[in-house]
Design a protein around this ligand. Sequence first.
Ligand SMILES: NC(=O)c1ccc[n+]([C@@H]2O[C@H](COP(=O)([O-])OP(=O)(O)OC[C@H]3O[C@@H](n4cnc5c(N)ncnc54)[C@H](O)[C@@H]3O)[C@@H](O)[C@H]2O)c1
Length: 264
Amino acid sequence: MKPVARKIGIIGHGAIGARVAADVAAGKVAGASLEGIVSRSPVPNAPAARLDMAEALERCDVLVECAGQEALAEHGEAVLSAGVDLLATSLGALADPDLSGRLSAAGPGRLFLTSGSIGGLDLLASGARATGYDAVKITTTKLPASLVQPWMDEKEEDRIRNTAVPLEIYQGPADQATRLFPKSLNVAAAVALAVADWGVDVSVRVDPAARLTTHVIEAAGNSGTYRFEICNQVSPQNPRTSGIVPFAVLRSLELIVGARGGII
Ligand SMILES: NC(=O)c1ccc[n+]([C@@H]2O[C@H](COP(=O)([O-])OP(=O)(O)OC[C@H]3O[C@@H](n4cnc5c(N)ncnc54)[C@H](O)[C@@H]3O)[C@@H](O)[C@H]2O)c1
């Protein structure tokens, strides 16, 4: 007998959420059906009805957060407490120890974190479990405009926007990086979570000639020495997001739904 499809709700219908919703609606995730979309703004061309959070918790088995750190902070605990599984993209929200503690304690829903725009997290987590690391670093390079933040003063904004050469604009721990660049440094959070250390060293660089968004992840420890270099095309819908992210979310979702096996 064919198992009943698990009902999926998507929080956010932007660059990531719209593609995830479309592919789930089109039956491209084994064992999943699209139940609805939770969004702050209207979703005129969405493939399913807009739900408020109470309706989503009533009707969905899995919610997929594609809306930002604030949304994960706002809804995460209620989702898990309602017994609904939650797949998150905005991992930087977990740099807040209070939120992170509350989400770890909440259930019976389970919190899953997508690998998003990077890879190698499985190996990094295996090494952390084995013996830990002496040093872990991530260097992220993006186009200047995508890294300008509301907290920057005019001088810093000009320096970034008008640089003719590559420039390091941040160097420090992952928790601070993801707070300062909430829409762009979820990757730093992903590495920190994989190695269970928010002190992971982060370098953020702008490069006016960058055609791709680049992440270089380096880790050294007793289990080995690892180096991953990821060069992503940006999303045509949102230059702060890599185009690969919705497909990482779809892959994660298919594994959670569990209708078939695969690389984990
Ligand atoms: N893990 C990763 O590698 C990775 C990579 C890129 C982006 N992200 C995360 O994904 C988020 C979404 O990215 P995007 O490119 O789709 O952004 P986007 O701006 O294109 O879309 C965001 C959508 O969420 C909606 N929204 C915002 N706050 C909401 C709330 N509280 N409740 C419901 N809906 C809300 C907006 O209306 C919009 O439809 C980013 O903010 C970032 O935190 C993670």
